[in-house]
Design a protein around this ligand. Sequence first.
Ligand SMILES: Cc1cc2nc3c(=O)[nH]c(=O)nc-3n(C[C@H](O)[C@H](O)[C@H](O)COP(=O)(O)OP(=O)(O)OC[C@H]3O[C@@H](n4cnc5c(N)ncnc54)[C@H](O)[C@@H]3O)c2cc1C
Length: 358
Amino acid sequence: MAGFRAWAAKSPDGGTAWRDASRQGLTSLALPEEHGGAGLGYETACLALEALAEETGRSGLPFSLAAQMWACQEPIAAFGTSEQRARYLTPLLVGDAVGAFAATEYDAGSDLLSLKTTAAPAADGSWLLNGTKTFVTNGPMADVFVVLARTGEGSTLASLTAFLVPRGTTGFTVGKRIDKAALDGAELCSLELTDCRVPGEARLAGTGDGVAVLMHAMRYERAFILAPTIGLMARALKEGVQHARMREQFGRPLSSYDAIRQRVVRMHVSLTSARELLHATARAADAGTLDHQRSSLTKLHVSTEFNRFCTELPDLYGGYSVLAETGALRLVADAVASRYYSGTSDMQTKIIAEGLGL
Ligand SMILES: Cc1cc2nc3c(=O)[nH]c(=O)nc-3n(C[C@H](O)[C@H](O)[C@H](O)COP(=O)(O)OP(=O)(O)OC[C@H]3O[C@@H](n4cnc5c(N)ncnc54)[C@H](O)[C@@H]3O)c2cc1C
């Protein structure tokens, strides 16, 4: 598993933050014991992601862990054979490996079913993959990739197939890191697949089941990818209140001015309503009743409230918001990004509207 180890050896903390989080059980909290998890459920897992984000004040690490948990581990647990789970899921759960999900392409963003990466069957039962992926979270350090490829014509539900491709497979090239202005600490890259041959057993589920794998991953990712943002908002609110109480203008603390008090209350309302919905969704998942409508509603609502929160946050600090130490503008960038990954807010709205019969 050269991906994570090689990346860890070069990273400033030697990869300990990631390894510790996994070894202390964060990535395995939600999965059932039969799959090597702790069986403690989604609400507990979300609380742990929140706590990690609140404690560190950083978005990249919990976002990256969450991306692995929801878009890589979940589908391997649900669709993987016992050999696939032993080979890939076990190392992911103990922090010996990192996983990624590669669906997006340059011309296939929101319109994912139009993706062009192909997988062609060979006479010996192997498959030949060709294409380019982008925006692959964890790609620079991942050891295993869930790759979506076209095995049928058009945008039908049966036109795609998912493959588990280990790093180092001939014809599989991990591209350069994507330089981004949000989610500091998360690593993204593109992938090139050029006559990348994988055995028939690399298929995750059957031929033509790629959309089912995608939808399963998105059901969990859309519901819970924003769990860390609850912790980030909680920390920012606490620090903002402290600043408002300490800083004086016109001989009085900022916290004595109605404009500031109302701003803080609006931030508190955003945080509370985002947290309440996300936790209720996690309880629905624990009860086995999580559906796509609820996942999209959660993603849309939490990202909307996160953005609302971040509209207010810099104004608590005034000019000091531009200082890196307040973290205010970093959070604004994270809030903007939250409207796009795991499907944009427009796409979540489309799904919710369709569910309402529109
Ligand atoms: C930080 C980050 C991490 C990511 N990680 C991964 C990953 O690990 N794996 C992966 O596969 N992908 C990943 N993605 C990709 C992500 O899923 C896509 O960015 C997302 O689906 C949107 O696609 P796009 O960026 O190409 O936007 P586009 O599809 O080009 O959309 C641009 C704008 O047009 C709007 N739009 C598009 N079509 C319509 C329509 N029909 N009606 C109304 N509005 C529309 C969109 O809502 C958006 O506002 C990541 C993205 C980001 C930002």
